[in-house]
Design a protein around this ligand. Sequence first.
Ligand code: GZL
Length: 320
Amino acid sequence: MFTLITRQPFLFLAAAALLTVTGLFGAAPKKTLKVGFAQTGAESAWRTANSDSMKAEAAKRGIDLKFSDGQGKQENQIRAVRSFITQGVDAIVIAPIVETGWDPVLREAKRAKIPVILTDRTIQTTDASLFVCFIGSDFYEEGKMAADWLAKAVSGKGNIVELQGTPGSAPANERRKAFADGLAKYPSLKIIDAQSGNFERSGGKQVMEAFLKKHGKAINVVYAHNDDMALGAAQAIEEAGLKPGKDITLVSIDAIGEAVKAVAAGRINCTVECSPLFGPKVYDTIAKVLAGEKVPKKSFNQDELFDATNAAKALPTRQY
Ligand code: GZL
């Protein structure tokens, strides 16, 4: 051995390095998993709960999470993905703010052999091999549940104003289409106006103020693509001297705690759950993917509906 060190120092170093890495000198240190997460932004309480779920679960599992807040801009998310590739993360998670424009950067991730998991929102792509899988909710089902509930609640009659989510986003596109499809068999249930409030409370309030000015008492129903906009609309309705939940029926989606409370209080009439708490499922999926296991291309969270019949009972166990 002494001869090896004196005569072949590099050989000795290489051997020592190999023994260390393979753990033959004792247990090799467990490699910390590095995950890059390109989040859409911080536009709603739902988004905050989703970010919290991803961060808390990463901390619990000792995962090195590189979190990027896209601040509502796709170009920021694309820039973040490129940075994750440069950093050589083990996996990339994206909550794509809009459905289109992703192929080029996903091809770069594929070339770098870094698996991409889509969470929360889906994308339109010509090449499904560019991402491993999607984990989130079925937005079409949510819109359908909202329409079916409303048709029964107002006996198939009424004028609806629609507060839409972020233009071009999967939830806005699918919740709009599903709701319209669900109303097709109720000719006396009409959408008389629709505008984006960008999933934001302030957006919901401003758009509802404009609708009230334009349509006044002709409005019977508000269909909001998320609770933040529904709560903003409820405020606008109150400021107009009307009672939300009574003078105007409000139907929404997300089931954030504040909205479920509002349903129990009768200010909002119905909210369809869209669980943001899928951090554990995302990291379980990444572990399977990195171990070479097959995972389903789409994995939908289970969502339920809250109205006057079950909101109060559900409140104590709501987690977001
Ligand atoms: C739905 C998510 C939507 C929520 C909004 O999964 O993309 O974006 O419904 C959030 O609250 O802003």
